[in-house]
Design a binder for this molecule. Sequence first.
Ligand code: GLC
Length: 656
Amino acid sequence: MQDLSLDEKLTLLTGKDCWRVETLGGKLPELFFSDGPHGLRTVKEGEHALKATAFPTLTVLASAWDTALAYEMGELLGEEAIEREVDVLLAPGVNIKRTPYGGRNFEYFSEDPYLAGTLAFSYISGVQSKGVGTSVKHFAANNCEHDRLFQSSEVDDRTLHEIYLPAFSLALRARPWTVMCAYNLLNGVYCAEHEKLLHKILRDELGFDGVILSDWGAVVDRAKSLKATLDLEMPHSEQAFSVLKAAYERGEITEEEIDASVERILALVRKAEEAKPLRTVTHTAEERHRAAVRIAEEGAVLLKNEGALPIKDGARVLVSGKKAKTGVYGGGGSSCVDSAFAPLPLDELLKRENGTLSVRYHEALFHDWGNLYGLYGMRGAVMRAAECDVAVLVVGGDGTTDCEGCDRASLRLSSVEEEFIRAVAAVNKNTVVVLYGGSAVDMSGWIDCVNAVLYTGFNGEGGNEALSRLLTGRANPCGKLAETFPLRADAALGNGFYNRYSEGIFVGYRGYDARNEAVQFPFGYGLSYSEFVYSDMTMSETGGEFCISLDVENRSERAGKEVVQLYVGQKFPLVTRPPRELKGFQKVALGAGEKKRVTFRLQKEDFAYWSPALDGWRVEEGMYTVFVGSSSREIRLQQQIKLSQRGPSQRDPQEE
Ligand code: GLC
């Protein structure tokens, strides 16, 4: 660094253009950034985005509750980055789904920080195993799109530490090359220039020593952002150099502060340069596509099934809804991917999957809905549904309803879609709804009149192949919701100036459970074609570590997978706490009739809460309950334990 002049150092502190770090006239090698979390949106200057594999969105990956799958998706994204000479993938987003109205929820993992952070750790590890960097984003408390450039998230310290930081903290254990700061303000200060957030918390408290880069255009005062230790302003900013030069000459920023950021940027460039010769691509585009199908399969959530699924051999099937032809690869905004893979129509795939089926497609909902042709479409579909054994209706959101830069206008389907579902269900008792959506959907207008619902998020280029396997039973649904589907929800989008996080730590199931509030489908919920039974829970403790074991048995004739979830709750806390919080999960594959023992380990810090009084984590002595369940509300087994300074002791297991 010593051979860089001050001007060169200041030049380095903002991007060369939209996607690259400055090269100082060739003194430094190129470093290239590219979106996005579920596929490469690689834009070379003046060109269209290059085509790439459209993997399922992170909502779908999260619904698979599978760290190995998250790692694999990361690896494959890393390989596509290599093929496009991308050095840092601007992903993953780990913001918490505070409200189901969030426009970018499809890009994020969960309402729960433990699940989000655990999967992000695996995803980042996968990408970086290929010598490609990541950028965990958007730091922090960027939980809606409403006025995202100007609105201040008003969050108390305990909520920040227990809800909005832990996913980043867990992700940082994978040592992401960069962290991207958010657009919004946090408690009145822009994240991009938030000394406490970036320096005291991210660097000192969470131990991040890499490059902090801005979200694109997130820097307002470049000198203040430098002092807060934001290293790289993206994209290139014409006035950055002069602003920094003037601030330096006025003594507002020091050479030491400049050098610190320059050194971190140079270290990033060196890291990428050293990784280049070691990068390897070992999978073909076809293999990446097959993986996209598998992720879509594992991340689909069967929410209701009164026997219509799996579709039986020889059935007469009606498929209706434009999305049956096109699928919905992703949502709108910077994460969108231009896939090279043309969608395969679901009706065709059903026939291919099971040759005994007689499958007809009938378009029913036309954009110019009001005209006679549109009415004919719906009436025609209803008439055909009456003649079929099973009616598969493919409905829901897409990039127009779930998009970066704006929040969802409604949690419901369109009135036309709801009317269509009710009309078909009235004539066919085996009506199956395949539901697209980037986040929770309010199904109250029709859920009771249909036989089955398969929620499929935005499931990438392989979505219809996955759906055809799931609907015919060639694949067994095993997904679990990574967010609550509530019966009612406050949009909680703020007033454009500030967004007061008045619910505090009671986000998602933490809140619904604390209020004993009924929900449509709880966090962690998902059905299967198999039936799983939990038994024989035991707990032991050695040196302060708890080992919890139990048996899980597949009581069906069909192989399947179960996501066993472990929650912890304190019985008589000195401070208000949620009834239970996720502290572990295991996905177990079980053949027909097979039983396996599943084991969890808990450390003392898994019982902690953030104490504003102590300005740190605290574990209180006293009684705790360890819950094991197939969702946050289907607790199958539980056991009490007592934590004391002398160490824990446990009581007899209780079956709920
Ligand atoms: C966008 C997004 C961010 C993305 C970046 C580059 O505004 O907020 O997630 O990586 O800009 O496209």
